[in-house]
Design a protein around this ligand. Structure first.
Ligand code: ATP
Ligand code: LTN
Length: 341
């Protein structure tokens, strides 16, 4: 009986789950790699999205900035087209089942598996004075987020693929011990935009916690700032706008951004800018980004000035999220042998 409840919620459509951390202002990387797809997926799937604020405290946060980033990100996602009438969109820390299942899954996740996570290795090099247990066991919390909702598909950028793979392993291990309990999910990586690189160092990904502000386009950047950042973007010494597969060059990165926004192939872009040089291309990329972000920026201003509406939406969503996730948690606890209340 219990097992059916999760499925009842799914009805005929596959379930999508994804989340983003309120660890800073949203970047163009987050938008193209994740959020743009989320709003498109709402049309054909049952979608559940969250602000993963419990994940965010794996890196020390200033309380005031943390609160501001969270509410602004909620408003910004609505502005990007996440529709709370179509999708469930909640704040992770409002739904206590996430922390509870995370602890349980910690006990089904191996030290060796967590030690191999690239993000843990990167972040423990970056934050040497705070390599905390949460940073290490973070993928078990992410697995809890996903498994609580019986999600089939997880739309994420390339960098999160390893965590989704680990979630699959945890789910399969648990199901192997106790019988079918969790849906085994799959990562859903976009064809273009899955890995937008830093404008200052095209070998590393554009990240919202990057210290050099010129490396990142933020969704709320002004038009002037966007133009300046693209003009300063690091490119090689060549002049021809040409895509070189397998290489992490600045021009490839700009072509990737342009191609995703303009829906053009690399061949089409090469033809469009033949003989025109990098300067002209950089301006075209900047203009395309500005035009695409403008409607989002306008909607963001409206949403962020209506705190009451935001509160109403995240409160309602948390109630529904709790109802769904409690069923899964209860089922898992029963299988393990807890006396369930
Ligand atoms: P942080 O710097 O705090 O680690 P982040 O900018 O890497 O944050 P997340 O909140 O971890 O972003 O990621 C949210 C979503 O955006 C994830 O699905 C992630 O894969 C995607 N994403 C993040 N950066 C990029 C990028 N440069 N290109 C494409 N997708 C990205
Ligand atoms: N770890 C992800 C954010 C995240 C997530 C999730 C993504 C938390 N829980 C569940 C997909 C599914 C990140 O840092 N980008």
């Amino acid at each position: 009986m219990e097992a059916k409840k999760g499925n009842e919620y799914k009805k005929n459509k596959e379930t999508i789950f994804s989340a983003i951390q309120p660890s800073g202002a949203m970047t163009l990387g987050n938008y193209l790699g994740a959020i743009k797809n989320w709003s498109e997926l709402q049309e054909n799937y049952k979608c559940i999205f969250a602000l993963a604020d419990l994940h965010t405290i794996t890196v020390r946060q200033n309380p005031e900035n943390f609160r501001k980033n969270t509410i602004e990100l909620y408003a910004l996602l609505l502005a990007c087209g996440i529709n709370p009438e179509k999708s469930l969109f909640f704040i992770q820390s409002h739904v206590h089942t996430h922390s509870e299942l995370a602890w349980i899954l910690d006990c089904y996740t191996q030290f060796g598996e967590l030690s191999r996570m690239t993000q843990f290795k990167d972040k423990s090099k970056k934050y040497t004075d705070n390599i905390n247990a949460g940073l290490f066991s973070y993928p078990a919390l992410m697995a809890a987020d996903i498994l609580l909702y019986g999600a089939d598909l997880i739309p994420v950028g390339e960098d999160q693929k390893q965590h989704v793979e680990l979630t699959r392993n945890i789910a399969q291990r648990f199901n192997g011990i106790y019988g079918e309990t969790f849906v085994v999910p799959e990562a859903f990586i976009p064809k273009t935009g899955a890995r937008i690189m830093s404008l200052q160092n095209p070998k590393s990904k554009m990240s919202k916690s990057e210290l050099n502000p010129n490396a990142c386009i933020f969704l709320t950047d002004s038009q002037d700032t966007i133009i300046k950042k693209f003009k300063r973007a690091v490119t090689d010494s060549g002049t021809q706008v040409k895509f070189t597969p397998e290489e992490k060059t600045g021009i490839n990165n700009l072509m990737n951004i342009y191609s995703t926004f303009e829906n053009k192939t690399f061949d089409e872009i090469e033809k469009e800018f033949e003989g025109k040089g990098y300067g002209v291309f950089k301006t075209a990329v900047a203009e395309s980004v500005i035009a695409n972000l403008l409607p989002i920026q306008e909607k963001f201003k409206e949403y962020i000035s209506d705190k009451e509406y935001l509160q109403k939406k995240y409160r309602q969503s948390a109630i529904t999220a709790l109802e769904i996730s409690e069923n899964t948690l209860k089922r898992a606890k029963e299988k393990i042998g807890f006396i369930v209340n």
